[in-house]
Design a protein around this ligand. Structure first.
Ligand code: ZN
Length: 345
């Protein structure tokens, strides 16, 4: 193995990312070293590329970015059991502490000391990634590297979608980004009746309809109430998934929910946003904030569903060799893409 690797890093505090040579990470006794094969570009990476306020506050200059990956284990720390060299894997990018009450209760995704690879710690946009063995998720043969590389965002979608019982329910998803679209596919897979997805970006709505059996609604030009009528829904949506971070979308969701409806929120509003609480109280609506993936229940469920026919492959709209990473970021920033996967082979 070489001791020098290619890595995509935030070298300067300005717009962009730069391909650099870095030393291959050294692993500790509880870590593995992963040879990265494919990576996905996330909205988070776009914030880091753009160097917006959040990124400038959060990401240390010099950091190797990226957290969506699939690869192969090439080295194993001396304490590690149950993993083998040559094992294909993806992994949970949230590095958790083990001291908090939630962590000790086994709710690892709620640990307040969580640090993210590619955000706070050295990331996966590199030929090699060091990862605690605890975070490794082995991939079965049925899940290839490009799907393995998008299990992180699929996990967000699965975590959100499985927050509430969807069997026979009418579901509204606001925001047709890749996670919203994958959540729609999951809702169909687990037996929702109608799944409606809204956005104001027609390209994304068209993509949603190509990925899964969903009713796309452009709320800039179409009336959501009329769509409900056409679907013969009588009292409104049973379950909502807010994926856009848009105030208008959340308002419309609350407006169109049934009494006692349930909303899972993954979208992040840009700042504080006003909420009409009285409407939420009078409609007896339950709201759940969703963060990350349940470690490792979400991973178990999504791999099981993929093995059981959940098909989200068409969400990948662009496949590029890593040397063309700038094109990948450009198409993501244009809003005219689904998932963009970079090939590190
Ligand atoms: Zn991500």
């Amino acid at each position: 193995m070489r001791n020098d690797m290619k890595a995509l890093a935030k070298t300067k505090p300005e717009v962009g990312l730069w391909m650099e040579h870095r030393p291959v990470p050294e692993i500790g006794p509880d870590d593995v070293l992963i040879r990265i094969r494919k990576t996905g570009i996330c909205g988070t990476d776009i914030h880091i590329w753009n160097w917006d306020d959040w990124a400038a506050r959060t990401v240390p200059v010099g950091l190797v970015t990226g957290h969506e990956f699939a690869g192969e284990i090439v080295e194993i720390g001396r304490n590690v059991e149950g993993l083998a060299i040559g094992q294909r894997c993806s992994g949970e990018g949230h590095l958790i502490g083990k001291q908090s009450r939630q962590s000790r209760a086994g709710k690892f995704h709620l640990d307040p000391a969580t640090r993210g690879i590619g955000v706070n710690e050295q990331g996966a946009f590199a030929e090699y990634l060091r990862l605690p063995a605890f975070n490794v998720v082995p991939l079965p043969d049925e899940i290839d590297d490009e799907i393995g590389a998008i299990l992180d965002p699929l996990g967000n979608a699965v975590h959100t979608a499985l927050s509430f019982d969807l069997v026979g329910e009418d579901v509204l998803i606001t925001g047709a980004g890749p996670i919203g679209i994958m959540a729609a596919a999951v809702a169909r897979h687990v037996g929702a009746r109608h799944v409606v997805i809204t956005d104001i970006n027609q390209d994304r709505l068209d993509l949603a309809a190509r990925v899964t059996d969903v009713v796309p609604v452009n709320v800039a030009t179409q009336d959501l109430r009329a769509v409900e009528g056409a679907l013969k829904m009588r009292e409104g949506f049973d379950v909502g998934m807010e994926m856009s971070g848009s105030q208008a979308a959340l308002d419309q969701m609350v407006e169109t929910m049934v009494m006692g409806g349930r909303i899972a929120m993954l979208g992040i509003p840009p700042g504080k946003s006003p909420v009409d609480w009285s409407r939420i109280v009078f409609k007896a609506i339950t709201i759940k904030g969703v963060y990350g993936r349940e470690i490792f229940e979400t991973w178990y469920k999504m791999i099981a569903m993929l093995e059981n026919g959940l098909d989200i492959r068409r969400i990948i709209t662009h496949r590029l060799p890593v040397d063309r990473f700038a094109e990948g970021f450009e198409v993501m920033r244009s809003g005219k893409s689904g998932k963009v996967v970079l090939d590190w082979n």
